[in-house]
Design a protein around this ligand. Structure first.
Ligand code: NAG
Ligand code: NAG
Ligand code: NAG
Ligand code: NAG
Ligand code: NAG
Ligand code: NAG
Ligand code: NAG
Ligand code: NAG
Ligand code: NAG
Ligand code: NAG
Ligand code: NAG
Ligand code: NAG
Ligand code: CU
Length: 572
């Protein structure tokens, strides 16, 4: 062996040993159980992890491996998903119900491996069964590897803020009733920040979440939108935010008075406590540009400068009393242009330690319409003549009763078909109000060869039902680069010429604008079965979903791992 090759090998060996030594293995136990919570002046029992809402935070460093044993002490089957974690070669731990596993039955447990190979920043975990994620979710905080640092000055402190959505009714019943009636599910009754609706809701102003800061210091705030059906504006009165990362990847920092954050997305911001010491609202308020009913309330938490609020004086009598605070200024709830402008500002960081590896050439293109539709129904499937549905390329996805991953791995037939269309059935004017609303149904998946460079262009639609709205599109198993976006209809001759192949952001969830299009790219180098869906829960429940199956490569390293021994059984 020549000297150059040998020294390269030695360097590689050191690199491997060094990385191995750095990876830490963590173990967590999650106990799914019911617990009573009182909010909005009424008490109800919700499914939780370990009795907390939001659930426990997982903290680790990039490169670490976490084993989470999920014990189901509830009364029905549930699955848990690690949102945004690539899970290389290991779809078995990904979690979506009947896509990669059957539900964990009550009284049993399942150990999932959360392998943080490539993500750094903030992600989250949530239940992936029916609407259980409303209450079963928590943060995944991923620090830089040991010895590495943030691509910005070390913050003085950190805070995680989770935006949630609270329903007075039972969430499982809400979606069940909606699917049975064929209509819209009930809207929520409040939004929450770290489980608290805040000052603007009855009975909750005594428990508003507070975040204390030292004047002059800079903080890293990790924001997660865990809401079910709504995007949010997020901001802090009289403060600007510097966005530094999203979906556990860094971006080129920019300063903004507010964020537009969609369900599924995470955003890391730097906050400088540079205003007059006092109390300020941290606020979330919905962005909703569709015609469907929605919860039009606002959630608040409080940013509290230390020294400006005399806690000892108030501790006994009116512990949390404060003068009225001002809500931050946000654009209108349906200002699609403000939302689109915000999304367009994101750019990948693109430094030596955080490179951008966007595919420059593409082997496989998929053009995919995203629609809310109708299906005809009869008395046995719903109460009306038609029911609301949703589709991708006019296929409303039907979830099977055996998970697709096991069907694929064990060569079981009759569970899914490998023929998801690569373009819509016809090239109509997708945004025209006169479009037909009806869709077909099926469990049709997209087959990809290992290492293929894939481009997916999502196309927003409208129709006679007036269903145009934005959609937070999410892919499991990959982060993808957002290379282009625009309003109106995608033109396959001209729009690709304006793609950003220089510094596109890398995300796992992206907001497809109202009546617009969005182009994304990734390399299919993660063999497995990966769910793709709108992260509005009502749309996903109606079938705005599909599955990508990435076939094995030629070697063991490029093939899917075998299933773990404790896979929950499928009842059949
Ligand atoms: C959850 O509760 C179980 C049992 O009480 C405990 O062993 C476990 O450490 C808890 N997990 C977390 C993440 O707090
Ligand atoms: C919640 O409270 C109700 C009414 O007090 C009670 O019947 C129920 O057992 C409680 N549930 C849990 C999980 O504690
Ligand atoms: C949904 O809302 C309707 C009307 O407010 C109410 O009667 C019903 O109980 C709600 N359903 C659930 C499951 O909370
Ligand atoms: C703080 O923000 C509020 C609401 O946007 C605004 O009315 C007020 O003038 C601001 N105060 C300062 C000191 O900037
Ligand atoms: C806080 O209250 C205590 C007790 O009433 C008082 O001694 C102290 O001076 C107060 N501090 C401030 C900053 O107002
Ligand atoms: C909470 O609301 C009650 C009733 O409106 C009010 O008396 C109290 O001062 C409020 N507390 C705070 C901290 O604003
Ligand atoms: C969005 O950006 C466009 C073009 O830069 C600008 O004309 C428009 O005013 C912006 N809209 C909002 C709401 O910021
Ligand atoms: C998943 O399959 C089980 C049967 O194994 C079925 O009871 C359940 O309803 C299915 N879940 C979904 C979301 O379709
Ligand atoms: C499934 O079929 C493929 C191709 O025919 C074969 O290589 C593989 O061994 C089969 N797997 C199982 C588990 O039977
Ligand atoms: C599509 O329909 C919309 C709404 O009617 C219209 O504004 C737009 O110009 C049409 N686009 C094309 C390419 O015809
Ligand atoms: C969508 O179509 C409806 C008619 O069904 C029309 O009233 C509405 O303005 C359209 N919305 C958008 C955003 O194009
Ligand atoms: C490009 O779009 C046209 C319709 O505008 C369509 O007929 C054609 O098939 C598309 N070509 C590709 C390669 O997708
Ligand atoms: Cu949607």
């Amino acid at each position: 062996m020549d000297l150059r090759k040998r020294s390269a090998r030695i360097v590689l060996l050191f690199f491997l040993l060094f990385c191995k030594a750095q990876a830490t293995v963590h173990y967590y136990d999650f106990v799914l159980k019911e617990k009573n919570f009182t909010k909005l002046c009424s008490t109800k029992s919700i499914l939780t992890v370990n009795g907390s809402f939001p659930g426990p935070t997982i903290s680790a460093r990039k490169g670490d491996i976490i084993y989470v044993t999920v014990h189901n002490d509830g009364t029905y089957g549930v699955t848990v998903h690690w949102h945004g974690v690539r899970q290389p070669n290991d779809p078995w731990s990904d979690g979506p119900e009947n896509i990669t596993q059957c539900p964990i039955p009550p009284g049993s447990s399942f150990t999932q491996r959360v392998n943080l190979v490539s993500e750094e920043g903030t992600l989250w975990w949530h239940a992936h069964s029916d609407w259980t994620r409303a209450t079963v979710h928590g943060a995944i905080v991923i620090h830089p590897p040991r010895g590495a640092s943030y691509p910005f000055p070390e913050p003085h402190g950190q805070e995680t803020l989770i935006i949630g959505e609270w329903y007075k009714g039972d969430v499982m019943k809400i979606i069940k009733d909606a699917l049975a009636s064929g209509g819209n599910p009930n809207a929520s009754d409040a939004y929450t920040i770290n489980g608290q609706p805040g000052d603007l809701y009855a009975c909750s102003n005594g428990t508003t979440h507070r975040f204390s800061v030292v004047p002059g210091k800079t903080y890293l705030i990790r924001i997660i939108n865990a809401a079910m059906n709504e995007n949010h504006y997020f901001g802090i009165t009289n403060h600007t935010l510097t966005l530094v990362g999203t979906d556990a990847a860094y971006i080129k920092p920019f300063t903004t008075p507010y964020l537009l954050i969609s369900p599924g997305q995470t955003m890391d911001v730097l906050l400088k406590a540079n205003q007059k010491p006092g109390l300020y609202y941290i606020a979330a308020s919905p962005f909703h540009d569709g015609a469907s009913p929605y919860d039009n309330t606002k959630a608040t938490a409080i940013l509290q400068y230390r020294g400006s609020f005399n806690t000892s004086h108030h501790r006994h009598r009116h512990r949390h009393q404060h003068p009225p605070l001002v809500f931050p200024d946000f654009p209108d709830h349906n200002d699609s242009s403000a939302a689109f402008n915000f999304t367009k500002r994101l750019r990948g960081l693109g430094t030596k330690s955080h490179p951008i590896n966007v595919p420059k050439k593409v082997n496989k293109r998929i053009y995919m319409t995203v629609a809310v539709n109708l299906l005809t129904c009869n008395a046995s499937t719903c109460d009306r003549t038609t029911k609301l549905a949703a589709s991708l390329n006019n296929v409303s996805f039907q979830i099977p009763s055996i998970d697709i991953l096991e069907a694929y791995y064990w060569n079981k037939t009759g569970v899914f078909t490998k023929d998801f269309p690569k373009e819509p059935p016809s090239y109509i004017n997708f945004t025209d109000p006169s479009n037909n609303v009806f869709t077909t149904t099926g469990t049709r998946v997209i087959m990809l060869n290992y290492n293929e460079s894939v481009e997916i262009v999502w196309q927003g639609t409208n129709n006679t039902l007036n269903t145009a709205e934005n959609h937070p599109m999410h892919l499991h198993g990959f982060s993808f680069y957002v290379v282009g976006q625009g309003l109106g209809i995608f033109k396959n001759k001209t729009h690709p010429k304006s793609y950003n192949l220089h510094d596109p952001p890398e995300v796992n969830t992206v907001n497809l604008p109202l009546n617009g299009w969005l182009a994304m790219r990734f390399v299919a180098n993660n063999p497995g079965v990966w769910f793709m869906h709108c992260h509005f829960e009502r749309h996903s429940s109606w079938g705005m979903d599909t599955v990508l199956i990435v076939k094995d490569g030629k070697t063991k390293e490029t093939s899917m791992l075998p299933p773990p021994k404790d896979m929950p059984p499928c009842s059949k």
